[in-house]
Design a protein around this ligand. Structure first.
Ligand code: FES
Length: 104
């Protein structure tokens, strides 16, 4: 694999897999946090700030949950049940909340 001479992020330069692109959280950071005892999705979010970037975890929370499930041996459903998801999950037109018609 040819290495990009102009890496986009500092982690790309180290060829380290990134779990959360918004907050630049790497796989090794996640694994280290789990080894230190942060063994729920909510604890990992708060400790690493994964899932708190502009996409609000749409990209990284499923990855984080799978890593946590694999490392702890817990079922994925149990891992996901510990996280609080805040609405709205997708952009919505303001008119939706005002009771008007969507002109788009
Ligand atoms: S990829 Fe983690 S918050 Fe966006």
């Amino acid at each position: 694999m040819t290495r990009n001479p102009w890496p986009v992020t500092r982690h790309e330069a180290a060829d380290e897999p990134i779990v959360c692109r918004c907050e630049e959280i790497t796989l090794s950071q996640v694994e280290r946090a789990i080894a230190e005892g942060y063994d729920t999705l909510e604890e990992l979010k708060r400790h690493l700030r994964a899932g708190m970037g502009p996409c609000q975890g749409r990209t990284c929370l499923p990855l984080l949950a799978r890593i946590l499930a694999r490392k702890t041996g817990r079922p994925l459903e149990q891992v996901f049940s510990s996280v609080s998801v805040r609405p709205p999950l997708a952009p919505a037109p303001v008119t939706l909340f005002l009771g008007g018609e969507d002109e788009g």
